[in-house]
Design a protein around this ligand. Structure first.
Ligand code: HEC
Ligand code: HEC
Ligand code: HEC
Ligand code: HEC
Ligand code: HEC
Length: 488
């Protein structure tokens, strides 16, 4: 009896091993996945599991009011509630199944994933900590990263480890990590502190700011890779030095490669997303939260100002045989620490619009103006990417994009030139050239499709006061004008 059961065990082990080998063979040899090491795959977050709880930002705000007020209204505070995100998530789950939602949520609300609270798209019935997105306890529980162990062997899809505290004989001890050397009063009796060099490094941000295809590991968003390949990384100007400070300090970091003073850091995480912060400000006004609406509008203004200080334009008229017939427009990335634009480059749009006017101000030629339906002109130079799917055809959804057929973003401190053939009536002595570098979060139709896909418990009219998606606002990042002679 005993022998047969042992035989069975042996046989079973054998089958299990063969099974495991087959599974390993089925996995990509280029991007091997260790599912035991990454239990939340396709998210690569890890949690040092214990009974020590995570706490909602409102708990931290009791002692850290300044950081709370700065963070509340940031895109990080909206990362999970973001209706554009919820729309895309909902589409993704319908298209390829529920598993993909862990990948998304591992970055958009990691605590909601490890506590098992998030069951799918939507907001109904969730706790404050799950709704809080990229909250205090996400970043300040991070105890390390696993960038070298990921399938792509670089930071991707949330490759960080969260350890909110330890269980000890005296009970649960919360540990929060940050830039301050630990001292006796640190944590006010609520938590212990641990000085963490990682929190002063771009590596902290890298885990989430490298979005790879959930199973094919193509870098759809590669902000950290772009930064690492540029001059800011070489001069140790980190993400924090531009995104955790106010606008004048960011400009100083970018222009002079000077690190901010410790007391200059703020929890704004201000980026380029003026659309989301504007929508959220509208929602806050509807609920009567004037203070939040104010901080969201401040975030909106910072995003617009950051975009307006990121680039520069140079216009060079070109003469052949003494006649003006060509224009070179140079777009320079002067202050983005990564490519311009970055992140969702197959969705964001940054394009050139050129107008030529005669002496009376009448438009005689234009290029790159928006079409009547709000789409971008076919001939416009759009400094963005085109995604492609497995069939090498155009694709836009993140679960389909496994390559870029075009990737035309501008590296940090780099530039791109565009040449325009000029046409204007022969009798003009002078023409005025206007060049605009324009930006918006997405194509009109793409935004409409995502917002139309929000889960049922997000009512855009009730929550955001949106009856229909209005034309997406465009920010003119740089406008340059020059009046030039038509012959020389
Ligand atoms: C590795 C972390 C990570 C993963 C995984 C991830 N995202 Fe994101 N997501 C981000 C970051 C960072 C941004 C901000 C990029 C930017 O501002 O351009 C973002 C932005 C977005 C946006 C744009 C939001 C807006 O308001 O413009 C959408 C939509 C989105 N993600 C959907 C998804 C979906 C759906 C998935 C899963 C299929 C997913 N994300 C997976 C990190 C992640
Ligand atoms: C995206 C990650 C992230 C989030 C979210 C975040 N922090 Fe921080 N926090 C940091 C980093 C990075 C630093 C170090 C900044 C520096 O160099 O001084 C920091 C510093 C701090 C410090 C040290 C003092 C200081 O301000 O420099 C405190 C306290 C703090 N954070 C509390 C909070 C609270 C409270 C929240 C939520 C309301 C929060 N943090 C959200 C990343 C984060
Ligand atoms: C009872 C008050 C209290 C609460 C509640 C509290 N903290 Fe703190 N925390 C402190 C004090 C005091 C310090 C030390 C500040 C200093 O030295 O400038 C501190 C320091 C920190 C630091 C810096 C650690 C370091 O070594 O750099 C971080 C990060 C932090 N807290 C995060 C949090 C987070 C996240 C929460 C919510 C989960 C939180 N705190 C809740 C009182 C508190
Ligand atoms: C846990 C994952 C996570 C970490 C860690 C993280 N981020 Fe983010 N971050 C996100 C997500 C997700 C979004 C986009 C949310 C959205 O658009 O819905 C975002 C958005 C942002 C934005 C706003 C982008 C915009 O379009 O305006 C900035 C700026 C930013 N992060 C900077 C940082 C910096 C700096 C760090 C490191 C100190 C950091 N992030 C760490 C997940 C993370
Ligand atoms: C030298 C300053 C500087 C540094 C360093 C820097 N950024 Fe930025 N970042 C900018 C500027 C300027 C913009 C606005 C233009 C743009 O979208 O690229 C921006 C935009 C962004 C956006 C918004 C993209 C969008 O389309 O919504 C994200 C996300 C972001 N940065 C993340 C990061 C991360 C993560 C790092 C570190 C790996 C980093 N940044 C380092 C200056 C910087």
């Amino acid at each position: 009896m005993k022998r047969t059961s042992r035989l069975f065990t042996a046989l079973f082990t054998c089958f299990a091993l063969v099974g495991a080998a087959v599974a390993a063979l089925a996995a990509s040899p280029v991007f091997p996945v260790d599912r035991e090491f990454y239990p939340y795959y396709p998210s690569l977050i890890k949690w040092n599991k214990s009974s020590v709880p995570f706490n909602a930002p409102e708990v931290c705000s009791g002692c850290h009011e300044k950081q709370y007020k700065e963070w509340n209204g940031s895109v990080h505070s909206l990362a999970f509630k973001d209706p554009v995100y919820q729309g895309e998530l909902n589409k993704g789950v319908k298209a390829v199944g529920h598993e993909i939602s862990r990948q998304c949520e591992g970055c958009h609300t990691p605590i909601g994933v490890v506590t098992g609270e998030i069951k799918g798209p939507g907001l109904a019935g969730l706790s404050a900590i799950a709704l809080a997105g990229v909250s205090c306890d996400v970043c300040h529980s991070i105890s390390g990263v696993t960038h070298q162990q990921t399938p792509a062997r670089v930071a991707e899809n949330g490759s960080f480890i969260m350890s909110p505290g330890v269980e000890s004989t005296e009970g649960q001890i919360l540990i929060k990590r940050g830039p301050i050397p630990s001292h006796d009063e640190c944590g006010g009796g609520f938590h212990k502190c641990e000085e963490s060099p990682l929190h002063l490094q771009a590596n902290l941000c890298a885990s989430c700011h490298q979005v790879y295809h959930y199973d094919d590991h193509f870098p759809i968003e590669a902000t950290h890779n772009e930064w690492i390949a540029g001059p800011y990384a070489q001069k140790a100007i980190m993400c924090q030095d531009c995104h955790m400070v106010d606008i004048p300090t960011f400009k100083r970091s970018a222009d002079q490669f000077v690190k901010p003073d410790r007391k200059e850091y703020k929890h704004y995480f201000s980026g380029a997303n003026y659309l989301l912060t504007y929508l959220a400000a509208g929602a806050a006004k509807i609920t009567g939260d004037e203070e939040l609406a104010k901080s969201l509008m401040a975030q909106y203004e910072m995003a617009v100002e950051r975009l307006k200080s990121a680039a520069d334009l140079e216009l060079s008229p070109i003469y052949h045989n003494g006649k003006l017939d060509e224009l070179k427009v140079r777009v320079k990335n002067i202050r983005a620490g990564h490519n311009l634009p970055t992140s969702l480059t197959n969705v964001r749009q940054m394009w050139l619009e050129i107008t030529l006017k005669d002496e009376a101000g009448k438009v005689v030629m234009s290029s790159g103006t928006l079409n009547a339906d709000g789409s971008i002109s076919e001939v416009a130079r759009n400094f963005a990417s085109d995604g492609m799917g497995k069939d090498f055809h155009f694709a836009v959804n993140p679960w389909e994009v496994v390559g870029f057929s075009k990737h035309d973003t501008i590296p940090p401190r780099g530039y791109r030139d565009t040449y325009y053939g000029l046409h204007f009536p022969a009798d003009l002595k002078n023409v005025t050239i206007e060049a605009k570098l324009r930006f918006r979060q997405a194509d009109q139709k793409v935004a409409e499709a995502l917002l139309a896909a929000v889960p049922k418990d997000i009512n855009l009219e009730q929550m955001y006061g949106l009856k229909a998606v209005p034309p997406l606002p465009v920010v003119d990042m740089v406008v340059k004008e020059a009046t030039v002679e038509t012959s020389k």
